[in-house]
Design a protein around this ligand. Structure first.
Ligand code: ATP
Ligand code: MG
Length: 251
């Protein structure tokens, strides 16, 4: 087994047992543009972490760096998930190690039905939830199993994107703006599902412009500003601190 970094040596980390999922001193670039500037955070197993910040703060870039996408390029730092060094991996290996990224544009595959989108996710191991179980979690998807995925409503497409992540055996769900463009009643429905997923022990990192909704859901929060962490604490602390929200979230 790989040894984990001793975070207790670093001032930014409390001298506690290493977390289930840790991002340590992550730096990433798009070409010459230095975007992720030394990001640190820990997530405990089964926890929901809200990753917040203004437009352009580096939230999407951080998620992409964690999922080991080709860009931004990580040139320093470590990412550990359940004793596995994601920073040494390519995107497909990180996916096999348990990272499930649901990107902002949802990436439903055109020309495929709902069911085919889910089957495609299960074409290679490690397979997660059965399609039947996913339809129990999202009955709307079961009703529309034969419909082309891209013709679903925005909320249904978000459900399909989350279902497709769960169709693989994931340890951490990374959600980029899952509530974007959705009516409050649909946000309620997706939120209920995320609470259910948490109860089943899956760890979630949620990036959301709708920071209040994300904070009400999350256990803890980190706030990014120009690629650096400026707050790390309980979600309730952010909800209770109007000055902090005004400064970094403009709400
Ligand atoms: N492919 C890219 N090439 C160059 N710069 C990029 C690229 N993608 C993002 N950036 C820049 O990186 C910075 C952070 O962008 P990122 O998308 O991570 O922000 P974000 O916090 O997700 O913002 P938003 O809330 O608007 O989604 C921005 O200044 C953005 O212009
Ligand atoms: Mg973004």
């Amino acid at each position: 087994m790989n040894t984990r970094p001793d975070f207790s040596k670093h001032a930014n980390h409390a001298a506690t047992a290493p977390a289930y999922f840790s991002v340590w001193d992550l730096h990433a670039y798009y070409g010459e543009s230095y975007i992720v500037q030394g990001v640190n955070f820990n997530v405990h197993e089964g926890e929901i972490l809200a990753l917040l910040g203004r437009n352009g703060a580096g939230k999407t870039s951080t998620l992409r760096a964690i999922a080991r996408m080709d860009s931004p390029q990580v040139n320093h730092g470590e990412i550990w998930l359940d004793h596995q060094p994601l920073h040494t991996m390519r995107a497909h290996q990180a996916a096999m190690a348990g990272i499930g990224l649901v990107p902002e544009d949802r990436c439903i595959i055109p020309g495929l039905t709902v069911e085919e989108n889910l089957q495609l996710a299960q074409i290679a191991p490690p397979v997660g939830w059965s399609i039947q179980r996913l339809y129990e979690l999202f009955p709307r998807l079961g009703e529309r199993r034969k419909q082309e995925g891209v013709t679903l409503s925005g909320g249904e497409q978000q459900m399909l994107a989350i279902a497709r992540a769960l169709a693989r055996d994931i340890k951490v769900l990374l959600l980029d703006e899952p509530y974007e463009g959705l009516a409050p009643v649909i946000v309620d429905e997706i939120e209920k599902t995320l609470i259910h997923i948490k109860e089943l022990g899956i760890t979630t990192v949620i990036v959301e412009q709708n920071a209040i909704r994300a904070l009400e859901l999350a256990d803890r929060a980190v706030i990014l500003d120009t690629g650096q962490i400026v707050f790390d604490g309980l979600a309730s602390e952010v909800l209770d601190d109007a000055a902090l929200r005004a400064e970094y979230l403009a709400i």
